[in-house]
Design a protein around this ligand. Structure first.
Ligand code: TXA
Ligand code: MG
Length: 344
């Protein structure tokens, strides 16, 4: 059966959300927009409903879900204690693309947290997401909308084929604003550890006077014997079937020269680069990613989903800076390339 489709591209016809909110309360799945990427939502307090998310995505049960709330009063029911650093983060960055890991209460089903004692919570800023949660009047567990391993959905057109019929409702609100998933953080000894980089950056958190540490797995490969603080980091993610290589340099001329050197002997390749650098490459296939980090972040998943259709032997991707939002982009790109990475 096909999913029921709710078109919300033209602003604020929020009464259309009521039906989807009722579906959440009933234990059904709703695909909905957030400011980062689309999510596949279910009532976070309903273990059976949550189990349907894992089935729809083909997601491993040891990979926990993020719980979305519309109001801080929902938080108290889900977590045992809110520390003072967490309170500062919530005040400064919620609603918004920041997921905070807390110790969970027993009401949070074990499949949401993948049997950990903790749960990741965020209050999205997308008004449709907030209305959906508020009208359902329950917290919503939601991973990104994609089959496990694929790039997260930022437009419904990209994911309709793989998810139609697997969810009960699809709320289509056009392209999401940010394009990469939320920053995931955990506070340990009053320091913030970034487990997954996103739009809320290390620099943003340090600006408010909190020491912030970027976990090394964000840009480095995980070795077999290593444990990771965020289970999602273990899995193959974002990678097209075509072989990809990510090239990075602090110096843009070096970067362009290196890429030209790589493609010299590659007749059938595709380049993903900043729009302004398109003219610098003499290749048959090129995709422009945008110029600013915001543009690149917004476009990156849609582009990664397209590259296989070019039928090339190699995709060469221009790296961006590893600071601010660039860190989140590099984290997704390095994984898309399965750590096939050249620094020059
Ligand atoms: O922007 C987002 O965060 C999107 C939208 C829909 O909100 N959601 C999203 O969910 O990206 P998902 O499930 O695709 O990614 C959640 C990440 C995974 O890497 C997971 O391992 C990590 O967050 N995570 C969730 N709960 C955790 C926990 N208790 N401890 C450590 N990591 C956790
Ligand atoms: Mg995901």
């Amino acid at each position: 059966m096909k999913s029921r489709y709710i078109a919300l591209k033209n602003g604020n016809e929020y009464e259309k959300i009521n039906e989807a909110s009722r579906a959440i309360r009933k234990g059904d799945l709703v695909l909905f927009p957030t400011e980062t990427v689309y999510g596949i939502g279910a009532n976070a307090l309903d273990e059976l409903a949550v189990s349907k998310i894992f089935k729809a995505k083909g997601r491993n049960s040891d990979n926990p879900l993020i719980v979305h709330i519309s109001d801080t009063s929902m938080l108290e029911k889900l977590v045992t204690n809110v520390g003072h650093i967490e309170k500062i983060l919530m005040e400064k960055f919620w609603p918004g693309p920041l997921t905070i890991i807390f110790n969970k209460k027993d009401v949070v089903p074990n499949n949401v947290s993948a049997n950990l004692d903790t749960v990741g919570i965020r209050m999205p800023s997308n008004p449709i997401a907030l209305e959906l949660i508020a009208r359902a009047n329950v917290p919503i567990a939601a991973p990104s909308a994609n089959i496990s391993g694929k790039p997260s959905g930022t437009i419904v057109e990209d994911i309709i084929e793989e998810l139609d019929g697997k969810v009960d409702y699809i709320i289509d609100a056009g392209m999401t604003d940010i394009g990469v998933e939320s920053t995931v953080v955990r506070v340990i000894n009053d320091e913030v550890h970034i487990l997954r980089p996103g739009k809320i950056t290390k620099e943003d958190i340090e600006k408010i006077g909190i020491k912030t540490i970027v976990e090394k797995h964000i840009l480095e490969e995980i070795k077999d014997n290593e444990t990771v603080m965020s289970p999602g980091m273990k899995y193959r993610h974002y990678a097209p079937n075509t072989k990809c290589v990510l090239v990075y340099s602090e110096n843009e001329e070096n970067l362009i020269n290196k890429i030209n050197e790589i493609i010299k002997d590659q007749e059938n390749c595709l380049i993903m680069c900043k729009s302004k650098n398109l003219i610098r490459y003499n290749a048959k296939n090129k995709i422009e990613m945008g110029n600013s980090l915001e543009e690149i972040s917004k476009n990156i998943f849609t582009i990664l989903r397209k590259v296989d259709s070019y039928n090339v032997d190699l995709v060469v991707i221009e790296g961006v800076e590893k600071t601010e939002l660039g860190l989140a982009i590099m984290n997704r790109l390095i994984r898309a390339c399965e750590h096939n990475y050249i620094e020059c």
